[in-house]
Design a protein around this ligand. Sequence first.
Ligand SMILES: *Cc1c(COP(=O)(O)O)cnc(C)c1O
Length: 721
Amino acid sequence: MANAMLRELSAESLYEKCMALARNLWWSWQPEVINLFRDLDPIRWRQLDHNPIALLKEFTPERLELRASELVLHSRINYAYRRLKEYLSETPLWGFKHCGVLGSRPVAYFSLEFGVHESVPIYSGGLGVLSGDHVKSAGDLGVPMVAVGLFYRQGYFKQYLDQNGWQMEEYIDIKVENLPLEPALDAAGNPLIVAIETRTGRILAKVWRMRVGRVNVYLLDSDVEGNSPEDRQLTSRLYGGDHRTRIRQELIAGVGGVRALRAMGITPGVYHLNEGHSAFAPLEVIRQYMKDNGYGFYDAFRVVAQQTVFTTHTPVPAGHDRFDPGLVEEHLGPLREELGLSFDQLIGLGRVEPQNHSEPFCMTVLALKLSRRANAVSALHGQTTRRMWAHLWPWRAEEEIPIGHITNGVHIPSWLAWQMQLLYDKHFPPDWRSRMGEPEVWQMIHQVDPGELWETHYALKTQLIAFVRRRLSRQLRRLKASEDEIEEARVALDPAVLTIGFGRRFATYKRPTLILRDLDRLAALVNDPERPIQIIFSGKAHPADYEGKLEVQKIANLRHDPRFRNKIVFIEDYDINVCRHMIQGVDVWLNNPRRPEEASGTSGQKALLNGALNLSILDGWWAEAYDGSNGFAIGRGASHADPAITDARDAQALYEVLEKEVIPLYYERDPDGLPHGWIKRMKNSISSLAWRFSAHRMVANYVLHAYLPAAGGLSCDMGMR
Ligand SMILES: *Cc1c(COP(=O)(O)O)cnc(C)c1O
């Protein structure tokens, strides 16, 4: 009896330890913990989108105990659990040394999407993944931060293609109980609900807490009793719905988000608006400040703007949220009255020319006016952005426009394959994981034996190809393709062939089909008997983007052309998981946006960590990263005023660099079969770029050049340039 109880107790505690691990997304960047979950049931792990809570729910504590005994998992679970506890209690961190003034007043990071892991699908693309990487790195560094966003019960859509290669969208209700979310509590310990008055009624939102390492991400959710049926749907989809839905979402995130923080007793020292979507937040901060301190609007405004940091990501004027003034008044009216502003004064804050009654209300303009510090996300994007908003500061020269830049980076532990981590463990200094921002650490890649690096890369490429084959046959089965076609897909792609990857949102400016412009020339490259290439595509078009869907279709339908079948493939439902497989396994990562429309881009940064070489237009981050020996450039960074001419020229340049540089270098083999020139370039890429384009470096820049000056601490304010 006592023995049985003990066994039960220990079984439960093992189960609880696993659940504790699953409930903090820290696990998602720990290869040992991921492997632990996978080992519990590899097939269900894959079927459940790598969701450990859903997986554990299929176990009873007893069955878990049994499984753990079979696989000798006890010590691994205990070790992982201890490491999580250590991670959460660790103190000698960079942030504690550098963020003194932020200590009790954290940075509040606002973003309308967070891409942390594929099992929490509340992101659509690069912006969301950047937010995820930002909070992960901030936590790793010990920067005091809380984050605020929305919980989308149906997330972004799942993509699949029909018989004609046309994109179909499917929305699935996420099971909240299977996500690492808990109701946030107010100061009295009750589940928190915030209320926002509009001219047409009150909107309520509840708040979820999601733990991402050391950072709490608070997600507002309008699906609460007391809201009208329509309002309960407000936050159900990311980028779903019309302008009215959009402004209501932004109201909930901005105004509701600030209220939620206050109700939880959190007093931020800095507000960071990631994109203009959350620009209503400072208005609510101003309101609270006026009320608390008896200030008038403009005095409170100056204090709050000083504390507000704004990051813009959109280099094309059409990409910014703009609202009809009537819609703004409907939603901001009650708040505006408390601020003591007239209708014209409030609308003027969202206009370049406040008196111009034909100008709509722009969230980016509002964010620029409400923040003392604004930045773009790459050096080139900084220039573009200063030019785009120069008319807001007509008395200043363009280079004096107060918008700097901090180039984006990626959270290395989330994107680096564990096989590569093992390689780095072997050759880098033992503490390399805590020194990822130091160039010297990455120089060590030059000491690695070329054969060893190549073998590691080859293993990852084989893994990618196995993944692609699995996905392709699944796609074809659903389309009821012939058995022959499904059989062929099972051996699609060849690991010996130069493999190019293109994965990202299918937005027109990214030009997914640029390489398809001359199909005969492409066919010659794909079917070259000596030096062939193959291409893996993946990406979703926005549901309302007809042009983007046409591009998806064009690529998908290449499967009907015998020249391309199983050599150029399209993988459905691009997400963090597909992205991870692709960037870890391809030889070349292709990026061909229309310059200068890619603000930064981050997928190429993920790829280079794993030894892929970037082949990219000199746009966004690549314009400052490429040095002639660490990847490949398409063209020379010029764009014509006529986009049709730019596209034609860039396609030409793409074929040329493939034919003259990329393909010859890849197939130039030594007697031992290794492409030495290529491997040299892989090493140059890793050593010159990994540390610069890491999110740790990015967050450190935000701390030193934006957060600390905004919090009124040490002034390292160098205008962020
Ligand atoms: C990193 C990432 C992106 C960003 O891709 P870009 O090429 O930078 O646009 C988009 N989607 C997902 C799922 C990602 O992981």
